[in-house]
Design a protein around this ligand. Structure first.
Ligand code: DSN
Length: 421
């Protein structure tokens, strides 16, 4: 076997020779990412540096345990990578402790439950149907089966989290853990009000900041770390790192969290991903990253406004974040139909339940849009106005079928004007 190379042309050739089928699939996926407009709010475009580390020889190393306390020898270099990732995460978010080993957001959340709760304890999280997350106690998730899960929702008129309901539910069910954080909620969450309710009712307070972590890192969104006992996140959404998770907590919970992640839930950590997380945390400290996040917010505000100008109902009347939730009921189209139509013109977005949705989860009445990817491509307010118009023309194509071909060409042009990789 020749020299093992992982970052030059040899590696491409190696894949092409070893597995042309997978090489071709990656090539097609690259083309898809390059040539389509990605508006899925939870996705982003990782830097070449992040990709390089994720594809590095660090994948070869077993390192069960934690830095300086591993179950294997030869861990001196991966120890350094993990320590760096933890230090950078703590500095970025102002946390007393970081665990960067969770493979993804779901195991990060589960680790918190394992650390702080006993099976059967009560948890109070946001209803999945109102924008919460599966792992905040939804019945289909193990978190809704091993724990007694209660959920709060949003106010029907405003679409905003009903804090009175959160408080009255918390006083009634006395949950051991209150969870704030969402997957489809476009507004700031009042972390301070949640912390007050948790304090009043004797509950632990956890925030899942996965969607807004990049905005928080840039100082453009309230930071829950000083207010919550534990904060979980992913690294690949607005934070724009590798696909993975991490947990931040107060020093007093560090040992319990670490024990819950390993050996509680996971075995060997993915050292190549942990090192890539360290790179992402470093990137997030730069002025370029802050400027990027400002544009993410500006773009989301412009896109929301243009869609409202076209007469769309934007849930909560706008956005404070990277995300927009459209209520399509007044347009006579379902979320599923909208997703399919947009797919035909090269725009990728996801159907999404709106609060009090009369449709089932496979159909829905809503569409979730996000600006992290298009902003990473370098697009600005002018392009958002164009994208808003293209979305509108696509959704109107039932009345004007000629729209689709025309929009498709414009999407394709926009993508070639703002290339990736
Ligand atoms: N799947 C993620 C999202 O799209 O929001 C949440 O886990």
């Amino acid at each position: 076997m020749g020299r093992l190379s992982y970052q030059d042309k040899d590696s491409t050739d190696a894949l092409g020779q070893t597995d042309p089928e997978i090489a071709a699939i990656i090539e097609k996926e690259l083309l898809r990412q390059q040539s389509r407009l990605e508006l899925i709010a939870s996705e982003n475009i990782a830097s070449r540096a992040v990709l390089q580390v994720q594809g590095s020889i660090l994948t070869n190393k077993y390192a069960e345990g934690y830095p300086k306390a591993r179950y294997y020898g030869g861990c001196e270099y991966v120890d350094a990578a993990e320590e760096l990732a933890c230090r950078r995460a703590m500095a970025l978010f102002g946390a007393e402790h970081a665990n960067v080993q969770p493979h993804a957001g779901a195991p990060a959340n589960l680790a918190v439950y394992v650390a702080l709760l006993k099976p059967g304890d009560s948890i109070l999280g946001m209803d999945l149907a109102h924008g919460g997350h599966l792992t905040h106690g939804a019945p289909a998730s193990i978190t809704g089966r091993y724990y007694r899960a209660y959920s709060y929702g949003v106010d029907r008129a405003s679409g905003l989290i009903d804090l009175d309901q959160v408080r009255s539910l918390a006083l009634k069910v006395r949950p051991r853990l209150i969870i704030a954080g969402a997957s489809a909620y476009p507004r700031h969450i009042d972390f301070s009000a949640f912390a007050g309710i948790a304090h009043e009712t004797g509950a632990f307070f956890m925030v899942d900041m996965a969607h807004v972590a990049g905005l928080i890192a840039a100082g453009l969104h309230p930071n829950p770390v000083p207010l919550a006992h534990v904060v979980t996140s992913t690294t690949h959404k607005t934070l724009r790192g590798p696909r993975g998770g991490f947990i931040l907590c107060r020093r007093e919970y560090a040992a319990a969290i670490d024990k819950a992640v390993f050996p509680g839930l996971q075995g060997g950590p993915l050292m190549h991903v942990i090192a890539a997380k360290a790179v992402a945390f470093k990137e997030a400290q730069t002025p370029e990253f802050i400027a990027y996040q400002k544009k993410v917010l500006e773009n989301a505000a412009v896109l929301a406004q243009i869609l409202m100008d076209y007469g769309y109902h934007v849930v909560t009347g706008g956005t404070d974040t990277h995300m927009i939730l459209l209520d399509l009921r007044s347009r006579g189209i379902t979320g599923l139909e909208a997703e399919r139509l947009l797919d035909q013109v090269g725009i990728t977005a996801n159907k999404n339940a709106i609060p009090f949705d009369p449709q089932n989860r496979r159909v829905t009445s809503g569409l979730r849009l996000g600006t992290p990817v298009v902003t990473s491509r370098g697009m600005g307010p002018q392009e958002m106005e164009l994208i808003g118009r293209l979305i509108h023309e696509t959704l109107e194509s039932r009345h004007y079928p000629g729209n689709l071909e025309r929009v498709k060409k414009q999407v394709s042009q926009l993508c070639s004007d703002f290339p990736i990789y």
